[in-house]
Design a protein around this ligand. Structure first.
Ligand SMILES: [Zn+2]
Length: 185
């Protein structure tokens, strides 16, 4: 994506990682999705290409400089790339030479976390077809019906893309139930 005016002002037309080549791409650092410049880096073609292909570590020695960029987004992106090469001395040296805010480290590391799983109120992993017990009474939306604590919900279905929710039948009605209110039965 072409670079917006504000981002271009911030980077002054130069790639925020290598600080050499012209910046031509807006790169949003996951898991952020919006196009606020706080969540973006302005990158040159080569940097973007190397991120996408996880190319040779030798390319990235300039991260030693970009990791000190005042923008959290650039720190997070630099740290994230360094993690890919952390077995190599040069990367390991940079990683151990900086102390970033906890938030930034978490942002950087989020790319390496495994997919989230659905867990019940006690941290047990839930899977499709599990039976669960309600740990508190729930009002069923759109009805006057309330399911008492202890109600067994059979054969739940996990809600994709939301690990806080499962679906199950109560009183013949399929409803969404928050995982924090169920216990694996
Ligand atoms: Zn670059």
């Amino acid at each position: 994506m072409a670079i917006g005016t504000k981002l271009n002002e911030r980077c002054q037309g130069i790639c925020e990682l290598c600080n050499t080549s012209p910046a031509v791409h807006e790169y949003t650092i996951s898991p952020k999705k919006d196009d606020m410049i706080e969540n973006q880096a302005a990158l040159c073609n080569t940097c973007l290409e190397n991120i996408q292909t996880a190319g040779s570590g030798a390319y990235w020695s300039f991260l030693e400089g970009s990791i000190w960029n005042p923008e959290p987004a650039i720190q997070a992106l630099s740290y994230r790339i360094l993690q890919v090469y952390k077995e190599e001395d040069w990367a390991n040296n940079i990683i151990s030479s900086v102390e970033l805010d906890e938030d930034i480290v978490q942002w950087a590391m989020s790319a390496f976390e495994t997919a989230d799983v659905h867990k019940d109120a006690f941290g047990n992993t839930l899977v499709n077809g599990d039976n669960v017990v309600l740990t508190q009474s729930l009002d069923v939306k759109g009805t006057s019906f309330s399911a008492p604590k202890g109600t067994v919900v059979k054969k739940i279905r996990l809600v994709a893309d939301n690990t806080d929710q499962v679906e199950g039948k109560i009183n013949e009605q399929t409803i969404v139930i928050l995982t924090k209110y169920v216990k694996k039965g």
